[in-house]
Design a binder for this molecule. Structure first.
Ligand SMILES: Nc1nc2c(c(=O)[nH]1)N[C@H]1C(S)=C(S)[C@@H](COP(=O)(O)OP(=O)(O)OC[C@H]3O[C@@H](n4cnc5c(=O)[nH]c(N)nc54)[C@H](O)[C@@H]3O)O[C@H]1N2
Ligand SMILES: Nc1nc2c(c(=O)[nH]1)N[C@H]1C(S)=C(S)[C@@H](COP(=O)(O)OP(=O)(O)OC[C@H]3O[C@@H](n4cnc5c(=O)[nH]c(N)nc54)[C@H](O)[C@@H]3O)O[C@H]1N2
Ligand code: SF4
Ligand SMILES: [Mo]
Length: 736
């Protein structure tokens, strides 16, 4: 049983989190570097270019790359300090097993791999192949993502593989495929600069996609107008021409309201609609009901601001619409995305300079990682695992029979539900920290404790890894080669700067070693990431995400190549849809009529306050990496609950007081931060912490029916001053 066998205090002593306080310059390796390694930041999907400074096989510093066209010498605070992980005292240096009563003990690679393989075989023999599941993540390079998909299907022979993009990009992906037949931002960011009006919804650009701010400012220097939609007045929204304070979950009503006004005022591109789209009549009929007054009732945005948004968007010659997790992390994330696309299509501003649309991809390789086949319903090239033609093509590339490729499996939250139900009994995970990042953390913990076997691959002992039976030490970003694909769709080179410390190994080497011990080494004998990439090119060719013509050499020569790039003489595609041909079966872009429906959980007398969750600039995701870097911890050491002073007064809550939130799932205690930059009916908590400070103790396992993304952005809570006991407990955790 995967129970935690050591008290948390001794685990922390052994494996951190220790905050790495080393000064810029390194850990006893000051001075001039031996070499500069041009690569990219390991954190968000912007994938800024950086040079790592290396001396004696250690990373001792960094500098932003001036030559990389995306960030042109700029970085955010996380990028500036990212290099402080390679020599971190908490790095996992050798395989370990958990011994009841004693905690984790060092073992050999042989023992770790043999135990894992024995457990896979035992569980699959007793309960069927699908009783052993795999969870993956998109901080992995394209090569690793591809290998994970192949490994789960051919070496584990399980259908149950999914990835942490399920918590991130899938609503956008599903919406984009429905409307355009292809899942990528439609433009490179250069088109943002040329837009006359920019509408951003559900994205805290300044904190989460900081370098995109620069593109928006350059547009505004040209006179562009900025509309921001968010329940909070985020830093960029404070400077916007118009801020629409949407109620959490009100987005599709708001977008329908804007479209209603655009039609009423005649700001519609009838010629574009007639030639290049389908579904307009039904969509037009649906939004006829969404007068600004009705849209106000459903979205919480005053009617006059809805009209004003339409007045800014409608007459503009060029425009760019951007969205991120604010609209996507909902039980109707896909509908919200489609309601945004309807506005872009209705005004025909796509596929031309300054006319664009895109979701802002979140994780480092959130774009590439959603193309190469480690989603439960997908094969490489963004192919469909249920499509016989697609299966046949990939079976040929893999040298197997089509029947040997398992079918569609469960999505990430559904895998956790099946573990909780006892249907899935074994798990291998890498690059995913579900105990912090999935909703309803108490439920996740119960599920993890029910696993008969759990092997984790990570470079730090994450909160989830503490529940593992076997822990395998992985290599960090800069300890391996590969490629990744940025939010713009630009495929770039990740370069190895140093060797992994201790006995840590690259993920692709670990997976191949497991395949070999399972007796399934055929197809898992790659000797380098480039060899994997060569097969990935072939596997993706002919799919919508076509990397067929991309080589390492070509990426290096051009500072990145935008896919689709089907042949070696093709230059890549920064702007999609220039020919107004879409990748849908009929070649048209599809409107989708969207009827507003409320979120899965709504406020009521017992839980009267909306809770929404998200991020702060100096922390990253489940925090395993950034909570270990002193410069970042100093900027934002603890999760704070943002609350409007009016609401705080009505609840008897003062600035910096400990408050306890309760939802139908659980409770958690935070310090209150009184800010006027949030709706008076909503509170916000960043989610980068585990334990009693986890925002996900409160959130619900409500999923979008199509994308299966959890509704992180909307739940109902009550808020009160913490009791003395709760405050003492929270204080203790804050100082640990
Ligand atoms: N600093 C930092 N940067 C990151 C990350 C990080 O962890 N830290 N993570 C990366 C990843 S993986 C991702 S996915 C991106 C996420 O990037 P964003 O999506 O920009 O970040 P979030 O904070 O999750 O949510 C964005 C905004 O949605 C708003 N919001 C909440 N509810 C609603 C709603 O119902 N409707 C609308 N319209 N807005 C709503 C929130 O107030 C918040 O300001 O950031 C990437 N960059
Ligand atoms: N309440 C709430 N919850 C959320 C969100 C929210 O807005 N609100 N946002 C959601 C979103 S958008 C996302 S993307 C998820 C992210 O959730 P997770 O994917 O769970 O977050 P990470 O912190 O990236 O966890 C990755 C783990 O993999 C490890 N890791 C990183 N790189 C590698 C690698 O190359 N190899 C290996 N083997 N391990 C690696 C890290 O050390 C870490 O332990 O969280 C989601 N959860
Ligand atoms: S914006 Fe993203 S990629 Fe750029 S430095 Fe910051 S975290 Fe890294
Ligand atoms: Mo994400």
């Amino acid at each position: 049983m995967a129970k935690l066998s050591l008290p948390m205090a001794s685990l922390i002593e052994q494996f951190g989190p220790h905050v790495n306080a080393a000064p810029p310059g390194g850990w006893g390796y000051p001075g001039e570097p031996d070499k500069l390694v041009p690569t990219h930041c390991c954190f968000c999907g912007q994938q800024c270019g950086i040079n790592l400074k290396v001396k004696n096989n250690k990373v001792i510093g960094f500098e932003p790359r001036e030559d990389f066209p995306f960030n042109r010498g700029k970085l955010c605070p996380k990028g500036i300090l990212r290099y402080m992980q390679n020599e971190h005292p908490d790095r996992l240096l050798h395989p370990m097993k958990r011994v009841e009563g004693r905690g984790f003990e060092r073992i050999s690679w042989d023992e770790a791999l043999d135990t894992t393989v024995r457990q896979i075989q035992r569980i699959q023999k007793a309960h069927g192949n699908d009783a052993f599941a795999m969870l993956s993540g998109v901080s992995l390079t394209n090569e690793k993502s591809y290998l994970v998909g192949k490994f789960a299907r051919l070496a584990l022979q399980t259908a149950n593989l999914d990835y942490n993009g399920r918590l991130c990009m899938v609503s956008a992906g599903a919406g984009n495929k429905k409307a355009f037949g292809i899942d990528r931002a439609a433009n490179s960011w250069d088109d943002i600069v040329l837009a006359d009006v920019i509408l951003v919804t559900g994205s805290n650009i300044a904190e989460c996609s900081p370098i995109t701010t620069d593109y928006i400012w350059r547009a505004r220097d040209r006179g562009a107008k900025l509309i921001m939609v968010d329940p909070r007045v985020t830093p960029l929204a404070r400077t916007a021409d118009l801020h629409l304070p949407v109620r959490p979950g009100g987005d599709s009503a708001l977008m329908n309201g804007i479209l209603h006004v655009l039609i009423e005022r005649g700001w519609i591109d009838e010629a574009f609609i007639a030639s290049y789209t389908s579904g307009w009549d039904e969509t037009k009929a649906t939004v006829a009901d969404y007068t600004p007054d009705k849209a106000e009732r459903d979205s919480g945005v005053p009617a006059e601001l809805i009209v004003r948004a339409a007045e800014l968007w409608g007459p503009a010659k060029t425009s760019f619409l951007l969205h991120a997790r604010g609209i996507e992390h909902q039980s109707k994330g896909v509908e919200n995305v489609l309601s945004c696309i309807n506005i872009v299509l209705a005004t025909g501003r796509l596929g031309r300079p300054g006319c664009g649309y895109g979701t802002i991809t979140g994780q480092g390789n959130g774009q590439g990682g959603r193309e190469h086949g480690h989603k439960c319903d997908q094969l490489p090239g963004n192919r469909d695992i249920t499509n016989p033609e697609h299966r046949k093509y990939i079976a040929e590339v893999w040298g197997v029979l089509e029947s040997e490729i398992p079918g569609k499996g469960l999505s990430a939250q559904e895998i956790m539900n099946a573990i909780h139900d006892g249907e899935i009994k074994g798990l291998l995970s890498l690059c995913f920290n579900p105990l912090v990042s999935l909703p309803d953390a108490n439920f996740t913990r119960e599920a993890l404790e029910r696993l008969e076997h759990y092997t984790v691959m990570d470079f730090f002992l994450s909160e989830t890894a503490q529940h593992a039976d076997i822990v395998l030490p992985s290599a960090l970003h800069e300890e391996d080669e590969g490629t990744s694909t940025s939010a713009e769709g630009r495929v770039i080179r990740i370069r190895k700067a140093v060797d992994p410390p201790g006995e840590a190994k690259a993920d692709w080497q670990i997976l191949q070693a497991i395949a070999q011990r399972l007796g399934r080494e055929k197809g898992f004998q790659f000797d380098s990431p480039e060899a994997i990439f060569t097969e990935l090119r072939r596997a993706s060719h002919g799919g919508t995400a076509d990397y067929g013509g991309i080589t390492y050499e070509k990426i290096e020569k051009n500072n990145g190549i935008f896919w689709p790039c089907p042949t070696e003489d093709h230059p890549g595609t920064p702007r999609l849809f220039e020919d107004h041909k879409f990748h849908t079966p009929d070649g048209k872009a599809h409107f989708h009529p969207i009827t507003y429906r409320p979120p899965a959980e709504v406020v009521d007398a017992d839980y009267p306050i909306w809770l929404t969750t998200g991020r702060v600039v100096s922390q990253y995701l489940s925090g395993t990496q950034t909570r270990r870097i002193a410069g970042l911890v100093k900027q934002y050491p603890q999760p704070l609950m943002e609350i409007h002073p009016e609401l705080a007064v009505s609840l008897g809550i003062a600035q910096s007081q400990w408050v306890t939130l309760e939802s139908r799932r659980g409770k958690a205690t935070f310090k209150a931060s009184l800010v006027k930059t949030i709706r008076t009916d909503t509170v916000f908590i960043p989610y980068h912490w585990g334990g009693g400070r986890s925002a996900n103790l409160l959130t619900a396992r409500n999923l979008d029916p199509t994308s299966k993304i959890p509704e992180f952005k909307v739940s109902a809570v009550r808020v009160r001053p913490a009791t003395q006991e709760e405050a003492t407990e929270a204080e203790k955790e804050a100082s640990s």
